[in-house]
Design a protein around this ligand. Structure first.
Ligand SMILES: [Zn+2]
Length: 218
Protein backbone atom coordinates (compact mmCIF):
# COMPACT_ATOMS: atom_id res chain seq x y z
CA UNK A 1 0.00 0.00 0.00
CA UNK A 2 0.98 3.60 -0.40
CA UNK A 3 2.50 5.51 2.49
CA UNK A 4 -0.03 8.34 2.26
CA UNK A 5 -1.46 9.40 5.58
CA UNK A 6 -5.04 8.86 6.70
CA UNK A 7 -5.71 12.57 6.16
CA UNK A 8 -4.51 12.31 2.55
CA UNK A 9 -6.89 9.43 1.89
CA UNK A 10 -9.80 11.18 3.58
CA UNK A 11 -9.11 14.30 1.51
CA UNK A 12 -9.10 12.14 -1.62
CA UNK A 13 -12.42 10.53 -0.67
CA UNK A 14 -14.04 13.96 -0.23
CA UNK A 15 -12.54 15.27 -3.49
CA UNK A 16 -13.60 12.16 -5.45
CA UNK A 17 -17.14 12.39 -4.02
CA UNK A 18 -17.46 16.05 -5.04
CA UNK A 19 -16.03 15.36 -8.51
CA UNK A 20 -18.30 12.33 -9.01
CA UNK A 21 -21.32 14.54 -8.29
CA UNK A 22 -20.02 17.39 -10.47
CA UNK A 23 -19.49 14.95 -13.35
CA UNK A 24 -23.12 13.83 -13.13
CA UNK A 25 -22.21 10.24 -12.28
CA UNK A 26 -24.82 10.38 -9.49
CA UNK A 27 -27.86 12.48 -8.60
CA UNK A 28 -29.12 13.52 -5.16
CA UNK A 29 -27.37 11.62 -2.39
CA UNK A 30 -26.93 8.39 -4.37
CA UNK A 31 -23.57 6.68 -4.77
CA UNK A 32 -20.64 6.53 -2.39
CA UNK A 33 -16.84 6.68 -2.22
CA UNK A 34 -14.35 5.08 0.14
CA UNK A 35 -10.63 4.71 0.71
CA UNK A 36 -8.26 2.48 2.68
CA UNK A 37 -6.25 4.43 5.22
CA UNK A 38 -2.61 3.69 6.02
CA UNK A 39 -3.75 2.27 9.39
CA UNK A 40 -5.96 -0.27 7.60
CA UNK A 41 -9.26 1.37 8.53
CA UNK A 42 -11.71 2.37 5.81
CA UNK A 43 -13.17 5.87 5.42
CA UNK A 44 -16.53 6.14 3.65
CA UNK A 45 -18.81 8.94 2.58
CA UNK A 46 -21.68 9.39 5.05
CA UNK A 47 -25.20 8.07 4.56
CA UNK A 48 -27.87 10.27 2.92
CA UNK A 49 -25.78 13.45 2.91
CA UNK A 50 -25.93 16.00 0.06
CA UNK A 51 -22.59 16.04 -1.72
CA UNK A 52 -22.07 19.75 -1.01
CA UNK A 53 -22.09 18.85 2.68
CA UNK A 54 -19.67 15.89 2.46
CA UNK A 55 -16.46 16.96 4.22
CA UNK A 56 -13.61 15.71 6.37
CA UNK A 57 -15.88 16.36 9.36
CA UNK A 58 -18.58 13.81 8.53
CA UNK A 59 -16.76 10.90 6.85
CA UNK A 60 -17.42 7.58 8.56
CA UNK A 61 -14.39 5.55 9.65
CA UNK A 62 -14.82 1.81 10.22
CA UNK A 63 -12.42 -1.07 10.62
CA UNK A 64 -12.12 -3.75 7.94
CA UNK A 65 -14.89 -5.78 9.62
CA UNK A 66 -17.22 -2.75 9.58
CA UNK A 67 -17.07 -1.82 13.27
CA UNK A 68 -17.41 1.99 13.66
CA UNK A 69 -14.16 3.70 14.71
CA UNK A 70 -15.08 7.39 14.45
CA UNK A 71 -17.13 9.89 12.50
CA UNK A 72 -20.64 9.70 11.09
CA UNK A 73 -23.01 7.04 9.83
CA UNK A 74 -21.47 5.14 6.91
CA UNK A 75 -23.15 4.69 3.55
CA UNK A 76 -25.88 2.05 3.32
CA UNK A 77 -23.73 0.28 0.74
CA UNK A 78 -20.89 -0.18 3.25
CA UNK A 79 -20.89 -4.00 2.93
CA UNK A 80 -20.11 -3.79 -0.77
CA UNK A 81 -17.17 -1.45 -0.19
CA UNK A 82 -15.78 -3.54 2.66
CA UNK A 83 -15.99 -6.73 0.61
CA UNK A 84 -13.73 -5.16 -2.04
CA UNK A 85 -11.06 -4.31 0.57
CA UNK A 86 -11.40 -7.67 2.36
CA UNK A 87 -11.05 -9.71 -0.80
CA UNK A 88 -8.41 -7.63 -2.62
CA UNK A 89 -5.53 -6.40 -0.46
CA UNK A 90 -4.23 -4.22 -3.30
CA UNK A 91 -7.42 -2.13 -3.53
CA UNK A 92 -7.05 1.33 -1.98
CA UNK A 93 -10.20 3.07 -3.23
CA UNK A 94 -13.78 2.21 -4.21
CA UNK A 95 -16.36 4.29 -6.09
CA UNK A 96 -20.01 3.32 -6.52
CA UNK A 97 -22.17 5.42 -8.85
CA UNK A 98 -25.24 5.41 -11.10
CA UNK A 99 -24.14 7.14 -14.35
CA UNK A 100 -26.82 7.23 -17.03
CA UNK A 101 -25.07 5.45 -19.87
CA UNK A 102 -23.31 2.80 -17.81
CA UNK A 103 -26.58 2.14 -16.01
CA UNK A 104 -28.36 1.76 -19.36
CA UNK A 105 -26.12 -1.23 -20.07
CA UNK A 106 -26.74 -2.52 -16.52
CA UNK A 107 -30.50 -2.36 -17.07
CA UNK A 108 -30.27 -3.88 -20.54
CA UNK A 109 -28.22 -6.74 -19.07
CA UNK A 110 -25.33 -6.08 -21.46
CA UNK A 111 -21.61 -5.93 -20.75
CA UNK A 112 -19.72 -2.89 -22.06
CA UNK A 113 -17.30 -4.27 -24.65
CA UNK A 114 -13.65 -3.23 -24.46
CA UNK A 115 -13.53 -1.72 -27.93
CA UNK A 116 -11.22 1.14 -26.93
CA UNK A 117 -7.66 0.50 -25.75
CA UNK A 118 -7.97 2.47 -22.51
CA UNK A 119 -10.81 0.22 -21.34
CA UNK A 120 -8.45 -2.75 -21.38
CA UNK A 121 -5.62 -0.80 -19.75
CA UNK A 122 -7.73 0.59 -16.90
CA UNK A 123 -10.54 -1.98 -16.48
CA UNK A 124 -8.83 -5.15 -17.73
CA UNK A 125 -11.28 -5.96 -20.56
CA UNK A 126 -15.03 -5.94 -21.13
CA UNK A 127 -16.93 -4.46 -18.17
CA UNK A 128 -18.86 -7.48 -16.81
CA UNK A 129 -22.32 -7.38 -15.27
CA UNK A 130 -23.26 -8.94 -11.94
CA UNK A 131 -26.57 -10.60 -11.16
CA UNK A 132 -29.22 -8.53 -9.44
CA UNK A 133 -29.24 -8.39 -5.64
CA UNK A 134 -30.92 -5.86 -3.35
CA UNK A 135 -29.10 -2.62 -2.54
CA UNK A 136 -27.09 -2.79 0.66
CA UNK A 137 -27.36 -6.58 0.98
CA UNK A 138 -24.53 -9.01 1.71
CA UNK A 139 -25.66 -10.90 -1.40
CA UNK A 140 -24.92 -7.86 -3.56
CA UNK A 141 -21.50 -7.49 -1.92
CA UNK A 142 -20.65 -11.14 -2.65
CA UNK A 143 -21.98 -10.87 -6.18
CA UNK A 144 -19.89 -7.83 -7.20
CA UNK A 145 -16.56 -9.02 -5.78
CA UNK A 146 -16.95 -12.24 -7.76
CA UNK A 147 -16.15 -10.15 -10.85
CA UNK A 148 -13.40 -7.88 -9.54
CA UNK A 149 -10.44 -10.28 -9.53
CA UNK A 150 -9.31 -9.45 -13.06
CA UNK A 151 -11.38 -6.33 -13.64
CA UNK A 152 -11.46 -2.89 -12.01
CA UNK A 153 -15.20 -2.49 -12.39
CA UNK A 154 -18.47 -4.34 -12.66
CA UNK A 155 -21.92 -3.22 -13.74
CA UNK A 156 -24.62 -4.01 -11.18
CA UNK A 157 -27.80 -5.29 -12.82
CA UNK A 158 -30.69 -2.78 -12.67
CA UNK A 159 -28.60 -0.48 -10.48
CA UNK A 160 -25.27 1.10 -11.54
CA UNK A 161 -21.59 0.25 -11.26
CA UNK A 162 -18.77 -0.19 -8.77
CA UNK A 163 -15.12 0.58 -9.52
CA UNK A 164 -11.98 -0.27 -7.56
CA UNK A 165 -8.52 1.28 -7.81
CA UNK A 166 -5.18 1.93 -6.21
CA UNK A 167 -6.77 5.02 -4.62
CA UNK A 168 -10.15 6.80 -4.48
CA UNK A 169 -8.97 9.10 -7.31
CA UNK A 170 -7.95 6.09 -9.38
CA UNK A 171 -11.34 4.39 -8.87
CA UNK A 172 -13.10 7.61 -9.90
CA UNK A 173 -10.99 7.78 -13.06
CA UNK A 174 -12.13 4.24 -13.90
CA UNK A 175 -15.77 5.28 -13.48
CA UNK A 176 -15.18 8.25 -15.80
CA UNK A 177 -13.54 6.01 -18.45
CA UNK A 178 -16.47 3.57 -18.29
CA UNK A 179 -19.14 6.24 -18.62
CA UNK A 180 -17.25 7.82 -21.54
CA UNK A 181 -16.99 4.40 -23.20
CA UNK A 182 -20.64 3.54 -22.55
CA UNK A 183 -21.64 6.70 -24.43
CA UNK A 184 -19.38 5.80 -27.36
CA UNK A 185 -20.54 2.18 -27.53
CA UNK A 186 -24.19 3.19 -27.27
CA UNK A 187 -23.67 5.63 -30.16
CA UNK A 188 -21.84 3.01 -32.21
CA UNK A 189 -24.73 0.60 -31.62
CA UNK A 190 -27.13 3.27 -32.91
CA UNK A 191 -24.90 3.69 -35.98
CA UNK A 192 -25.18 -0.04 -36.51
CA UNK A 193 -21.76 -1.51 -35.79
CA UNK A 194 -19.47 -2.06 -32.79
CA UNK A 195 -16.12 -3.15 -34.21
CA UNK A 196 -13.91 -5.22 -31.88
CA UNK A 197 -10.22 -4.40 -31.39
CA UNK A 198 -7.71 -6.76 -33.05
CA UNK A 199 -7.07 -9.81 -30.84
CA UNK A 200 -3.35 -9.07 -30.59
CA UNK A 201 -4.07 -5.59 -29.25
CA UNK A 202 -6.44 -7.01 -26.63
CA UNK A 203 -3.75 -9.46 -25.50
CA UNK A 204 -1.02 -6.81 -25.31
CA UNK A 205 -3.12 -4.30 -23.39
CA UNK A 206 -4.44 -6.99 -21.02
CA UNK A 207 -0.81 -7.53 -20.07
CA UNK A 208 -0.47 -3.84 -19.25
CA UNK A 209 -3.54 -4.08 -17.02
CA UNK A 210 -2.02 -7.03 -15.16
CA UNK A 211 1.14 -5.02 -14.48
CA UNK A 212 -0.83 -1.96 -13.36
CA UNK A 213 -2.99 -4.04 -11.00
CA UNK A 214 0.11 -5.63 -9.46
CA UNK A 215 1.61 -2.16 -8.92
CA UNK A 216 -1.36 -1.17 -6.71
CA UNK A 217 0.06 -3.29 -3.92
CA UNK A 218 3.29 -1.26 -3.81
ZN1 LIG B 1 -26.29 2.42 -5.57
Amino acid sequence: MSDTTSTDIRTQVVAAAHQMYADGLVVGTAGNVSGRQADGNICLTPSSTPYDDVSLDNLAIVDLAGTPVEGGNPSSEKAMHLSCYQKFGEVGGVVHCHPVHGSMFAVAGKTIPAVIEEVIVYIGGDVPISNYATTGSDELAAEVVRHLGDRSAVLMANHGMICVGKSPADALHTAQVIEHTAKIVYGAMMLGNVTPLPEQVVETFSGYYGMIRQSWAK
